[in-house]
Design a protein. Structure first.
Lengths: 432, 310
């Protein structure tokens, strides 16, 4: 009887082990001939109009009937950890991961396939952002998908209410401070802010740091990031000064950017906000608000004191992208689909219907929206630059975000307390 | 002959070998019913625990080579000022245990003695115990936000100076978590203590009342000693929950911040493993947590047995 029990128990364990260890990657291990049906699974954090992605996928399937792309929208808060980390640990999951065309992706390189054998010179010429998604040892990891940057948006109705000229937003730091004072006097929160989850200070650094960065800092942003650079310290000091002057939303260190901070600006609770050129918090979303239909304006980050720039420039560069996983059974098909996403046709569709700026250099964009047109003009005419904080590795960013509320309240000092942590994490990530 | 004597007499007539076989059959039947649970425990608890303990001594890269590195993960952990901060955070959260014990005890005593429809009130107090901690955490996040109902109410009644960054202030965040947990733990405590009180002879309370004892004196000198074992059990469970039960609250309320001021061991293990990909350190930290929990359980069991013998 006991022997029989033991046999039953072993059989049960074996069943469970087989069930847990089964291959959950998309195709059950079949290798495909060129016409054999295959399914590619793509994970992403959906944008504001996921139905547009559905249309794109359907069009691709109509043209390639043997390829079905299953798009799985994942929750933003759990996307990188635990979902992607778990998939990498299990060596199973989707074929394609929505990623950033930046060193952020390097900390997930264990699960991402190099694209070296797949990229052609024509592909490189077509899309911008390959370099940022290429690892320090020269492996391209990300197919660029879109471009983004940081820009000021403002509510013209609130400007008018405060007695400000709604067509003359600030261009210098002094003008920004004067604008803040007038808005405050009218009982209006000057600049929307939300520091609890840390991202907003990074957005502000991305908007302003380039004005103080040296050529060496720019050149070494990826290979040898200077977290202690005066450019970063000066911008943080300026932001703390804005906070001390009451220019930011009160108690912003206790407000998370998503969804509360982003929603506060949409709800008309502040006059100005630093948002993005595309993706989240961008012009198309604000157009859908009551005040945004005719009251949305935009301006470039004002010149900071002692700026290296002669006139305001635009913070802009490659942003989102997609990576192919190491366990994908169909990397070639996945790459072909990603290059389709980077094609002029799809990139234009994404801009027209979702407001996402393209990574494809050849796309001719037109728009009837005056704010969007202004942004396109600046992209074409202004010098574009990225900053260190656009190019942080994922683990380094996690550390930075953790300390932002305390940086803004003064409980910790960025240079003394946070920089050593960032450097430790950077060294650990690159294997020092 | 009584029925029992008859059964015993019949049993003595059965040969000893047969009796042994019957005993084995009965035992096997019991094992058969336990087998699925034992297998599940082995697969879901024991095997993963053994895996974590062994990987704590490696540079664990799941799915890749994980070389043995001895005590390096532990050395990294114990030399980190953040780990020390985490232990201090736990020590401060443990200061909430007396509140989490006395509050439901006082409420149970009031319900036992002095209200109409005590069952209805018990059901109301029990609500937090059945609500999802994640949901409650999100609710409290909204309540305690800078422009949430708590601050708004304080400002509207002229106490605006008391309105604060409840979840963003380094020094405020842990006391706030203690209060939130007091609310969350209230229901289960009330139910536990109410059940314990119902087994106490009412004459004890009556004689204390006759002798002129105040409400507090009855609670301290009559109730507590009478339900001591229940109080001890609840205390041990609460101490354990500080180490293994606060993750949903930290995740929804503070994400361990600001900085590390509300980071707990379970939250840090999650961060190390899934945010930083540092699985070896996370495993080492899990082993430390396991040891702490084991000490609490053993100490609780030992003290309980000692009290029973006394």
């Amino acid at each position: 009887m006991r022997r029989w029990l033991l046999v039953c128990a072993c059989a049960l364990v074996a069943l469970v082990a087989v069930g847990c260890g089964s291959d959950s990657s998309s195709d059950g291990g079949k290798s495909a001939s060129s016409n054999e049906p295959i399914t590619l699974t793509l994970w992403w954090v959906a944008n504001a109009k996921p139905e547009v992605m559905d249309e794109i996928v359907k069009t691709y399937h109509d043209r390639h009937p043997n390829v079905t792309v299953k798009v799985v929208a994942q929750p933003a808060a759990a996307y990188f950890a635990p979902l992607i980390r778990s998939a990498i640990a299990k060596h199973s999951g989707p074929d394609i991961l929505g990623m950033y065309a930046s060193p952020f992706t390097f900390d997930y390189a264990d699960g991402i396939r190099s694209l070296k054998d797949l990229i052609t010179p024509e592909d490189r010429a077509q899309l911008t952002g390959w370099e940022q998604g290429t690892s320090p040892d020269g492996e391209p990891l990300v197919v660029p998908q879109d471009a983004a940057g940081q820009i000021f948006y403002y509510n013209k109705h609130l400007f008018k209410k405060a007695g400000l000229d709604p067509e003359a937003p600030p261009t210098t730091w002094d003008e920004l401070l004067t604008t803040c004072d007038k808005l405050k006097a009218a009982g209006i929160v000057p600049i929307n802010a939300a520091f609890k989850d840390g991202g907003y200070l990074e957005v502000l650094l991305m908007a302003f740091q380039a004005q103080y960065m040296t050529a060496q800092e720019q050149a070494e942003m990826v290979s040898n990031p200077h977290f202690d650079a005066p450019s970063a310290v000066k911008v943080i000091d300026l932001m703390k000064d804005l906070k001390a002057r009451g220019c930011f939303t009160p108690n912003a260190e206790a407000i998370p950017l998503f969804p509360d901070g982003a929603n506060n600006f949409k709800a008309g609770k502040a006059a100005m906000h630093v948002g993005f050129l595309s993706g989240d918090m961008h012009w198309a979303q604000y157009r859908e608000t009551k005040w945004g239909k005719d009251g949305l304006g935009t301006f470039l980050p004002p010149l900071v004191p002692d700026s290296n720039f002669d006139e305001p420039q635009i913070s802009y560069g490659a942003s989102g992208g997609n990576a192919i996983t190491k366990w994908s059974k169909h990397p070639k098909e996945a790459y072909d689909f990603l290059m389709y996403l980077g094609s002029p046709e799809v990139q234009k569709k994404n801009f027209d219907e979702v407001g996402i700026l393209p990574a494809n250099r050849s796309v001719q964009l037109t728009t009837k929206d005056p704010v969007a047109q202004q942004l396109l003009d600046w992209i074409r005419t202004k010098d574009a630059s990225l900053t260190l904080f656009n190019l942080l590795r994922a683990n380094v960013e996690t550390v930075m975000l953790k300390f932002v509320p305390q940086i803004m309240t003064g409980e910790v000092d960025y240079l003394k307390d946070v920089v050593p942590e960032l450097q430790t994490e950077q060294d650990r990530a690159v294997g020092k | 002959m009584t029925a029992i004597e008859q059964v015993r007499s019949e049993a003595r007539r059965v040969p000893s070998g047969t009796r042994r076989l019957l005993a084995v059959r009965r035992e096997s039947g019991e094992l058969l019913f336990l087998a699925p649970l034992l297998v599940l425990m082995a697969v879901a608890i024991i095997l993963p625990s053994v895996s974590v303990v062994t990987h704590a001594f490696t540079d664990w890269q799941p799915g890749y080579d994980s070389p043995w590195i001895g005590l390096e993960n532990f050395s990294k952990l114990f030399s980190s000022q953040h780990f020390r901060q985490i232990l201090v955070n736990h020590a401060i959260l443990l200061l909430g245990v007396p509140l989490w014990v006395m509050l439901p005890l006082a409420v149970s005593f009031v319900l036992y003695k002095g209200v109409k429809f005590p069952g209805l009130f018990r059901a109301i107090f029990f609500f937090p115990a059945v609500a999802s901690p994640a949901l409650v955490g999100i609710l409290f996040s909204a309540l305690l936000s800078p422009v949430g109902p708590v601050n708004t109410t304080l400002r509207s009644i002229g106490l605006g100076s008391l309105a604060g960054d409840w979840l963003a202030g380094e020094h405020l965040v842990k006391p706030v978590i203690i209060i939130v947990l007091a609310w969350a733990n209230l229901g289960m405590g009330v139910v536990l203590f109410s059940a314990a009180l119902s087994s106490v002879p009412p004459e004890l309370f009556e004689s204390a009342e006759i002798d002129g004892a105040s409400w507090w004196q009855r609670l301290w000198h009559v109730v507590l000693p009478s339900i001591r074992r229940t109080v001890e059990l609840w205390t041990v469970l609460l101490i354990l929950s500080v180490f293994v039960g606060v993750f949903p609250w930290i995740y929804t309320l503070t994400r361990g911040g600001p900085g590390y001021s509300s980071t707990t061991l379970d939250w840090d293990i999650y961060q190390n493993a899934l945010n930083y990909g540092d699985f070896g350190v996370a495993a080492a930290e899990s082993l430390v947590l396991l040891l702490i929990v084991s000490v609490v359980v053993v100490a609780g069991t030992f003290l309980g047995r000692k009290a029973s013998r006394a």
